[in-house]
Design a protein around this ligand. Structure first.
Ligand code: NAD
Ligand code: WQD
Length: 337
């Protein structure tokens, strides 16, 4: 049975490909390589002992999609392809709507042509509004503060409408909290272009000497040490959640959202200390201004995923830091190195 991973050459998709192959599925990757490298396919093969089929193409290109569906017996699509930078989405909203929302529409149209009715969608904790009580459950009110988040919410609504219109349609909406870490082999990991926006890749680039110091965005939040608190989860745990979601989609119709997180909040300062412990490297930092749009604290209630998908995050913060460091120091220049 083949699973199509759109955006499968990226950070999360490459880890999902490894776990799908390990679980006995065939994996097909479609990616335009806008934010990834073709080198990742060989790395996936080295870990899994099996090579995913790879197509370089865009989810907004219906002919490219038709070719992929025509040449493979696709049972389910994991839709990861998209743009993911919050600040870039505010500067270039149309690019985000075209790629993330337009891309999903094109994909769904070709899926309908080919009678493929199962999709697992990469959503985000970003869909929750900032007024929600923590931990966030799947019924915490949604409400986004930036175009990126709105694309995720719109995609969720589109998928719900597709499920309402077709009793055989199945959509699993996975709301990821903050994925970090890398495969323990050190062969695949997060490789952002330019200066990273996110905390973990920034810390690891400081640790490897590529950046001078971390700026902590705000030290006066109403949290236990004044710095922002998030629910970081290991990307391998996240990838295993997708394997469970593919199984769930095969047995359930309708559209359903699940939080994927550990249920534990970690502050920025706690993360810096955990990384230093795992790497043995000092991470210099300064406390700066708050970053616009940031929320003080949130983390997941992931009990629904445990109950319905049989999934729970198993890896610790120390595992996340150790594996990030292993990837960063083995690949100081990412895939291009
Ligand atoms: P990533 O950028 O590493 O992976 C996305 C992949 O999609 C890249 O390989 C990119 O080249 C490809 N892509 C982009 N536009 C495309 C298009 N039009 N057609 C085909 N391929 C295209 O990002 P990631 O961190 O692996 O994220 C994967 C998905 O998970 C994204 O949808 C993202 O929004 C979502 N997500 C990520 C996070 C996170 O913190 N990393 C959190 C929540 C949700
Ligand atoms: C984490 C904490 C920062 C960088 C983002 C997206 C979200 C999702 C995951 C895709 C916060 C602090 C960060 C730095 C810092 N992505 N920080 N210095 O903002 O929780 O979530 O990525 O869906 O949509 O918004 O993650 O890693 O940027 O920040 O102090 O240089 O680290 O203020 O408290 P965030 P992050």
């Amino acid at each position: 049975m083949s699973i199509l991973l759109t955006g499968g050459a990226g950070y999360i998709g490459s880890h999902i490909a490894v776990e799908l192959l390990a679980a006995g599925y065939d994996a097909v990757v479609l990616d335009n390589l806008k934010n990834s490298s073709a080198a990742v396919i060989g790395r996936i093969e080295r870990i899994a002992g099996k090579r995913p089929a790879f197509y370089q193409g865009d989810i907004n290109d219906s002919d490219a999609l038709r070719r992929v569906f025509g040449e493979n017996d696709i049972d389910c699509v994991i839709q990861l392809a998209g743009l993911k930078s919050v600040p870039e989405s505010a500067a270039k909203p149309l690019d985000y709507y075209r790629c993330n929302v337009g891309g999903l529409l094109t994909l769904l149209e070709v899926m309908a042509e080919k009678s493929v009715k199962r999709v697992v969608f990469s959503s985000s904790a970003t869909v929750y509004g900032s007024s929600g009580e923590i931990p966030y459950t799947e019924s915490t009110p949604t409400g986004c503060t930036n175009p990126y988040g709105r694309t995720k919410l719109m995609c969720e609504e589109i998928l719900r409408d597709c499920a309402a219109a077709d009793a055989e349609f199945s959509a699993v909406l996975l709301r990821y909290f903050n994925p970090i870490g890398a495969h323990p082999s050190g062969l695949i990991g997060e490789d952002p272009q330019g200066v990273p926006n996110n905390l973990m890749p920034y810390i690891s680039r400081v640790a490897v000497g590529a950046l001078e110091k971390l700026t902590i965005y705000g030290g006066d939040y109403p949290t236990r040490d004044g710095t922002g608190v998030r629910d970081y989860l290991h990307v391998v745990d996240l990838a295993k959640g997708h394997v469970r979601a593919v199984g769930y989609a095969a047995q359930h119709t309708g559209a359903r959202a699940f939080n994927l997180g550990t249920g534990k909040g970690v502050s920025v300062l706690e993360m810096v200390r955990a990384f230093e412990r795992a790497s043995g490297v000092k991470v210099p930092y300064v406390i700066g201004e708050r970053r616009a749009g940031d929320i003080a604290e949130y983390y997941a209630d992931a009990s629904l995923a445990q109950k319905e998908l049989g999934w729970r995050a198993e890896l610790s913060l120390d595992d996340m830091c150790r594996d990030t460091w292993n990837w960063q120091k083995s690949n100081p220049h990412g895939y291009e190195g």
